[in-house]
Design a protein around this ligand. Structure first.
Ligand SMILES: Nc1ncnc2c1ncn2[C@@H]1O[C@H](COP(=O)(O)OP(=O)(O)OP(=O)(O)O)[C@@H](O)[C@H]1O
Length: 257
């Protein structure tokens, strides 16, 4: 296992947001994170990246408290793509992706071919290779999202944390991105709103009200009971002709109380 979250609690403005979450991320595992709006997915992602201080519990990276690792060491291991990540206006696409290599540079180790190759590979992976000279402010929302992901890929992390990475992306780029993420030989945690995408994860963690309600194989966690209780929808699992599971949503339920 690469990452262990132990009884994690987090507060914002004295209000408790995460209430004692415990889970692990295995080596090479693809873990989906689902839950309704405000259930704590982004907060948990940030804590897993070592950003933000827990109000209780801890996060361990390969059995060492994440808080004890220096920022540079952490950045060589863990990359986070946040939901509304922004960057400076005058940056070009390639420059934005080159930022992912900063954790590897030092006075003794300057920019090398290896760094350039990592940047080129990352740009191709997100289908932005032909647009590397474009200025940031001229990019569409989806193109910006792809550049952010390329920056994280250029970081060559052992753990990639993606907070709703398909936001802003058209369907072709959504599918291409999810196929890419699935194929990466590293540990990955991905927050998803499209629950059908969660079926391709190794395991799925369901958050509700800052608590871990369920974690396990997608078909178990995406059960009609869990979806009714956590999301307030009626849904059933169906198999397509190729044998893949998908959710069929039939109704949204009135709020209880
Ligand atoms: N800086 C903050 N100050 C106050 N409240 C916050 C802050 N950050 C998060 N929260 C609250 O914490 C809760 C969890 O937020 P979080 O963004 O982690 O949820 P989420 O599951 O990622 O939501 P979404 O699906 O809408 O992106 C929400 O109720 C949110 O309003």
């Amino acid at each position: 296992m690469v990452l262990r979250v132990e009884n994690l609690q987090a507060k914002a403005h004295r209000v408790e947001i995460l209430h004692g979450i415990s889970l692990t991320v295995g080596e090479g595992e693809y873990l989906g994170l689902i839950g309704p709006n405000g259930s704590g997915k982004s907060t948990l992602m940030r804590m897993m990246a070592g950003l933000g201080k827990p109000s209780g519990g801890r996060v361990l990276w390969q059995d060492r408290p994440l808080a004890e690792l220096g920022a540079q060491v952490r950045a060589r291991q863990i990359a986070l793509v946040e939901q509304q990540a922004e960057t400076t206006d005058r940056l070009r696409v390639r420059e934005a992706v080159e930022l992912g290599r900063i954790p590897f540079l030092s006075p003794l180790r300057g920019w090398s071919m290896r760094d350039s190759e990592a940047v080129t590979r990352a740009l191709s992976a997100v289908d932005m290779a032909g647009r590397e000279d474009r200025l940031w402010h001229t990019l569409s929302g989806g193109e910006r999202q792809r550049v952010h992901i390329a920056r994280a890929l250029a970081q060559s992390p052992a753990l990639l944390l993606l907070d709703e990475p398909t936001n802003h992306l058209d369907i072709r780029h959504q599918l291409a991105l999810l196929a890419l993420v699935r194929s990466l030989p590293v540990s990955r945690v991905i927050a998803l709103h499209d629950l059908n995408h969660a079926f391709s994860c190794d395991r799925v963690a369901l958050l509700e009200g800052g608590r871990l309600k369920a974690i396990g194989p997608p078909a178990e966690v995406l059960s009609p009971d869990n979806l009714r209780e956590s999301f307030g929808v009626e849904a059933r699992q169906v198999r397509d002709p190729d044998g893949h599971l998908a959710l069929h949503f039939t109704a949204s339920l009135p709020r209880a109380g």
